[in-house]
Structures are given as C-alpha cells and as structure tokens.
Unconditional design. Structure first.
Length: 108
C-alpha cells in the first residue's frame, strides 16, 4: 500500500516517529524525527542539510529545487530542535557520522 502524504505524518500514531515535511531540496522532501526513550529526540535531516557548515550558516545548495522553501524548512527544523530538545543528525556529514554509533551498536 502507498500513502501519498501532504505535510507531516505520525508513522506509528504515538509520536515516536514523525515524518516532517521539509521541502526545498526536492518538492516533497521529508526529514524524520524519532523520539527514543533513553537517547531522546533525534531529527534526521535527510537531504535538507548536507553538512554542518550548511546548517550553521543556513547555506542553501545551488542544486536545491527551491531556495525559499529550503530556507523555511531550515527555520522549521531549528524550531523543532528547540521545542523537542532534539539532536540534529546530518546524513551527509562524515565528521558527525564518524562520531555516532554504527551497527552493531545502537541507540535506545
């Protein structure tokens, strides 16, 4: 079954995994907010952010579909990070990734 989503979506219906609409890189881009019992909230950026420097300086890549949407999505992500006291995991940032646990390690 396929569900075409508009906006955010609560994956399991309990708030533990939320697809967050973050358009801009592509028209329907989504990031994922997960809430883990021991680790806390983590926002997985997907392609909304590529590197820590892009995030810290709010740089939008030239390859993005829509700069204004990207800028709005970055602001929304910042608000979610503050509200949820979440960590931002930037999927393409090797330096950050190298500091995280990898399988067989895990986060609770």
């Amino acid at each position: 079954m396929v569900n075409k989503l508009e906006g955010d979506h609560d994956v399991f219906g309990d708030g533990s995994a939320m697809l967050i609409a973050t358009p801009g890189h592509t028209p329907g881009h989504q990031s994922l907010l997960v809430k883990l019992p021991k680790t806390g909230a983590i926002l997985l950026s997907g392609d909304a952010v590529h590197f820590t420097d892009n995030w810290e300086n709010r740089r939008v890549l030239d390859i993005n579909f829509n700069k204004e949407q990207t800028t709005a999505s970055l602001q929304r992500m910042a608000e979610i990070l503050t509200k949820e006291k979440a960590q931002l995991w930037i999927n393409h940032d090797k330096t950050q990734r190298d500091s995280l646990k990898m399988a067989p390690g895990f986060y609770e």
